[in-house]
Design a protein around this ligand. Sequence first.
Ligand code: ZN
Length: 196
Amino acid sequence: MPDKSTTSDDAASTQASATPETPAVARKIYAVVKYGDPILEKPTKPVVQFDDQLAELAEDMFATMYAAQGIGLAAPQIGKSIRMTVVDVTGGKNPEAKIVLVNPQLVHAEGEKREEEGCLSIPGFRGYVVRPQFVTVRAQDLKGQSFEIRGEDLLARAFCHEIDHLDGILFLQHLSMLKRDLIKRKIKKLKKQGEW
Ligand SMILES: [Zn+2]
């Protein structure tokens, strides 16, 4: 299991209190922005307002991510160029695993792991990406409280992938030029056929 620091538990509890138990509330499911939309390749703006609207948006992002069967979703992927991302490597199986990162920064990285990776904005395509095996991320929660969280293996990969999104970087940029061009060509073809 990914190692979460004690501060992450604080983050999880403030997160829970920010969104009261109201299962009847229908969440907004956003359309996930696909590769080709310039918003995905543009660095995001820091979040400065930590209000109810932000908490609502985070819950809608979780709902959108679960609907798309992803384990991470960054705000630009729903058309919002702000520095926020949600991650849940259990895919909704464990409510405690829900992580919201507002204004995250990678503060430490260690080791290397090469695994296959995909992206909800680039559906149908995967590629091997080398990521750190362990990372420490500093971020704010939905109340603006700073915390640090550590991630290992898949969680570390998810943090790196999502923080990349917030910097306007897609996993394609970590692939070999050959592989990247192959995927880009295939997407171009799909676009021509109106299937993208
Ligand atoms: Zn992605």
